[in-house]
Write a new protein. Structure first.
Length: 142
């Protein structure tokens, strides 16, 4: 009986001591932000490539990261127009706007750490970058 009580007591004390540690770890995971980079590629202007770096909130959307860069770096500006079905459509970057008459637009591409380039099937308002992604905004034609 005394043995059972001392085992129960030890379990209780261990749980009490370890609980703060567990919660601290979970908390720090919740608050973790990730580095990503943003590459603006426009073969019609010079310089063709501009790269920007920022941290994105845990599972934050690309639009948030773009706004963050725009707020601190005068070399990156963009505009969007709200689509009723799909949210923000990226119209212009650094003063260069896509033009339906000329069939030009800003394409959204992503290069994860493994190097392969993917074309997300959502826009800047829905895309959630992964840590160390290079997001590419490419001025191109359709
Ligand atoms: C044609 C088309 C385009 C053309 C539109 C050019 C034009 N002026 O016609 C271009 C090539 C520009 C395009 C681009 C993109 N598109 Co698109 N596009 C389509 C498509 C095939 C038809 C749209 C259409 O003409 N509908 C008929 C017209 C009468 O209706 P509408 O409401 O006026 O259509 C407008 C909107 O759809 C808007 N639009 C088109 N694509 C997108 C994407 C986003 C994110 C937004 C906000 C608006 C938008 O442009 C249309 C013309 O003005 C649809 C798929 C489909 N079958 O519906 C995908 C579709 C809408 N596109 C899609 C995507 C993901 C994109 C891109 C993000 C792809 C990329 N990774 O770059 C980019 C947008 C990037 C940016 N700058 O923000 C997705 C949207 C899904 C989502 N939930 O976000 C769809 C549904 C295809 C899919 N993958 O399933 N697209």
């Amino acid at each position: 009986m005394a043995f059972k009580v001392s085992v129960l007591l030890s379990v209780f004390i261990l749980t009490y001591l370890l609980a703060p540690l567990v919660f601290t770890c979970e908390n720090s995971d919740i608050q973790k932000s990730y580095p990503i980079s943003l590459l603006v590629y426009n073969s019609h202007v010079s310089p063709m490539n501009l790269t920007f770096y920022t941290d994105i909130a845990y599972r934050g959307i690309l639009l948030g990261a773009m706004r963050k860069i725009q707020a601190v770096d005068k070399n990156f500006t963009f505009t969007t127009v709200e689509d009723p079905n799909y949210g923000p459509f990226l119209v212009s970057v650094n003063g260069v706007a896509g033009n339906p008459a000329e069939h030009t637009y800003w394409e959204l591409l992503v290069q994860p750490q493994n190097g392969t380039i993917i074309r997300p099937d959502v826009g800047v308002g829905c895309y959630i970058p992964n840590p160390y992604d290079t997001v590419i905004l490419k001025f191109t034609t359709w």
